[in-house]
Design a protein around this ligand. Structure first.
Ligand SMILES: *Cc1c(COP(=O)(O)O)cnc(C)c1O
Ligand code: SF4
Length: 340
């Protein structure tokens, strides 16, 4: 049978969509009509960090276009396995040093990050956690008890960030239990969920999930991750509007990526489309220098030039903060402020 991208009307429950994510490069090439001569390099790079992409995300790509900006985010590339400059590290942001317990990263004042699961719905090739030792570092495997105890004992913490991997691949049941436990810690006031699922698997934002988050005594911030305006189609917009209407605060973070979104017009359109879907731009990250991602990087001067121009064509509230994550710092480093 010739594979084909499933139409939206046929989409099953989000969990089934997740299990049906495409992981076989050959199948991806057939679905998108790509030139098979590139397949060997893709297979080689995919052996190290596997291809993974949802059908929903595939529907937003242009068939036959090897330079599609969404495809380039998920397609393993021979450039990943080419020699990497020495500054491209396995743990570029110092997560290991800030890991207090398996699954708990406490780097910044007032907030801790829980590594809830290793799984994601897509594998982004530039991901700074592509080498993260998830096997011994997720709280879900070890149980939440120790991280919860740590949070309960430190009254300076008022916000817990659920991250991963992607926390929204957890079932409603698991998430709800974790949120119950967090609600019992009196000094917490917010939960933040960092997730790419609203973009790559928008059906994940089910009415049941939104109702559970809405019911919480904790305020919930959902930080989504989109890098290119083509990621925000009607389906994604619709689901985000529902999330917004249910009372969530919606923010977006992007990574500045060579040949994907390193143009002022692209970034400006992304901000506009996010806002139309009820989402405010939050961070535009400089690439974390992780091994295998050097070909996505943009020189700092060039990044600042793009950012300065972007600041000239958007209202302040649609301008994301240009930021860089540096190991050992007390916050992310903001760049380009007051750049005239
Ligand atoms: C980015 C990050 C946070 C959140 O930082 P904000 O500036 O509040 O968005 C918290 N913990 C870790 C480990 C992070 O990398
Ligand atoms: S969804 Fe997030 S954590 Fe998962 S691969 Fe992409 S960037 Fe990395």
């Amino acid at each position: 049978m010739i594979p084909r991208i499933r139409a939206k009307e046929e989409t099953p429950h989000w969990q089934q969509q997740l299990t049906e994510a495409i992981t076989n490069p050959k199948e991806l090439f057939e679905l998108l009509g790509l030139d098979p001569s590139n397949l060997p390099a893709v297979l080689r790079a995919g052996a190290e960090f596997k291809l993974k992409v949802t059908q929903s995300y595939l529907r937003r790509m242009e068939a036959g276009n090897p330079a599609d900006p969404l495809l380039m985010q998920i397609l393993p590339s021979g450039l990943e396995t080419a020699g990497q400059p020495p500054e491209y590290a396995l743990d570029p942001v110092g997560d290991q040093d800030a890991t207090r317990l398996p699954g708990l990263i406490h780097k910044y004042h007032g907030r801790v990050l829980l590594v809830t699961t290793a799984a994601c719905a897509v594998h982004c090739r530039y991901c700074f956690r592509r080498h993260f030792p998830y096997a011994d570092s997720t709280a879900s495997r070890q149980g939440w008890e120790r991280p919860l105890e740590y949070i309960a004992q430190d009254k300076s913490i008022n916000e817990v960030i659920l991250s991963g991997g992607d926390p929204l691949v957890l079932t409603d049941d698991k998430l709800s239990k974790l949120i119950n436990d967090l609600e019992d810690i009196p000094h917490l006031s917010r939960i933040r969920i960092h997730s790419r699922l609203p973009v790559v698997l928008p059906d994940r934002l089910t009415p049941a999930l939104l109702a559970r988050l809405n019911r919480s005594r904790l305020q919930t911030v959902l930080v989504i991750h989109a890098n290119h305006p083509n990621e925000i189609d009607a389906e994604v917009t619709e689901q985000l509007m529902q999330a917004r209407a249910s009372g969530l605060t919606l923010l977006n973070q992007s990574v500045l990526l060579r040949d994907i979104n390193d143009a002022v017009s692209t970034l400006a359109l992304l901000s506009e489309k996010l806002f139309a879907a009820g989402v405010l731009p939050y961070y535009l990250h400089l690439l974390d220098q992780v091994q295998g991602a050097a070909h996505f990087d943009i020189e700092r001067q060039e990044a600042l030039r793009i950012y300065r121009e972007l600041s000239h064509c958007l209202p302040g509230y649609l301008l994301p903060r240009l930021a860089q994550e540096e190991a050992g710092k007390k916050s992310k480093t903001l760049l380009g402020a007051g750049c005239g």
